[in-house]
Design a protein around this ligand. Structure first.
Ligand SMILES: [Zn+2]
Length: 343
């Protein structure tokens, strides 16, 4: 069982991945995409992938650990691969699912930040403020991304020359989704609010993305499931507007090439205020506000969001059954506008 406990001997998440390797053998491909050097040490960035080798197969793409303090998302991804590998030993339906889709993941994008126990990467850059996308408002707010100093949080670095971790993530997404019939991406974060939220782009502007109808259809799937109606499905700008969001960049690129209806990136923001209320002493730890430190709660989080990942995998496999047909898009769009943007 994975667990968020500290120890010596390298990054915990890398040790967990190493321990998983025997189980993943023959089920998933694990590669070192590149490494990040910091203070004389090398930190690998791993990719995991499993499922269909058909280059057009729909893709579920999972990313975690963009913010180094938010470790729980990486654990949810590793637990999901462990679950699938164990299910694949006996389950026909898992084999069938994986014959229809590809699942690819970058479980730890910011290993240096994780190792240093801080949000930013080794250079002090907040990777989720690092893309060359400018907010249409709120520029005066520090958390929207600042270019003053890496000593303060939310430092954007140089968006025109993105950090290596940001470029690796974006290139991975571009490469993996190229030629695919459909891609659902989920970037796992934690720490904001008392509810678990699913945010869709954009975060740099208030107006909706061109694939609003598709997001509306996906929200319907979740709303209709009694197991998954726990999530607040919303545009990210309901909470804050920022510059430099990597997913905004990738979705803008998809819009520019006219294939945004086949690309739905989401951010899962695990609300930690509930965990903190039940265990207020967690706030004394630097990681407490972002991760469940009590074992039974940690295990509950892995189970809870594993259900979401399974639904998203099914949604990829069956995307033709729920995505709106061309003639239905206007209806879905107006439903979404009423729900999220007012009449
Ligand atoms: Zn985050």
């Amino acid at each position: 069982m994975l667990h968020l406990e500290t120890g010596s001997g390298g990054l915990l998440e890398h040790r967990l991945l190493n321990e998983l390797l025997p189980e993943l053998d023959g089920f998933a491909e694990v590669q070192v995409l590149d490494e990040i050097r910091h203070d004389g040490a090398a930190f690998p960035i791993h990719s995991l992938s499993a499922g269909s080798k058909d280059p057009q197969a729909p893709l579920l793409l999972l990313t975690g650990g963009v913010h180094g303090l938010e470790r729980i998302g990486s654990h949810v991804i590793l637990a999901f691969f462990q679950h699938l590998a164990r299910m694949a030993l006996w389950s026909e339906s898992i084999h069938h699912l994986l014959s229809q889709i590809r699942i690819a993941a970058l479980p730890v994008i910011n290993p240096v930040g994780m190792s240093l126990r801080r949000r930013s990467n080794g250079a002090g850059v907040d990777l989720m403020r690092n893309a060359p996308v400018e907010s249409h408002g709120s520029a005066w707010r520090l958390w929207s991304g600042q270019t003053i100093t890496p000593r303060l949080p939310w430092f954007r670095g140089q968006p025109e020359a993105m950090e290596k971790e940001s470029s690796l993530l974006c290139d991975f997404v571009r490469r993996e989704r190229q030629g695919r019939s459909f891609t659902l991406a989920l970037d796992l974060h934690s720490g904001f609010g008392s509810k678990d939220s699913l945010w869709y782009p954009y975060s740099h502007r208030l107006s909706p993305p061109a694939n609003l109808a598709e997001y509306s259809a996906l929200a319907r799937l979740l709303d209709k499931s009694p197991l998954l109606s726990i999530y607040d499905f919303e545009p990210q700008t309901r909470h804050y507007q920022i510059s430099g969001d990597l997913w905004d960049l990738l979705l803008l690129e998809a819009e520019a090439s006219g294939d945004e209806q086949r690309f739905l990136p989401l951010t899962l923001e695990l609300g930690s205020w509930l965990w903190l209320r039940k265990h207020p002493s967690s706030i004394l730890s630097s990681e407490g506000p972002f991760n469940p430190l009590i074992r039974h709660r940690y295990e509950r989080i892995l189970r809870r969001h594993g259900v979401l990942l399974l639904l998203l995998a099914e949604a990829c496999a069956s995307h033709r059954r729920w995505l709106p047909a061309e003639g239905q898009r206007a209806t879905y769009q107006s439903e979404a506008r009423n729900r999220w943007y007012g009449p």
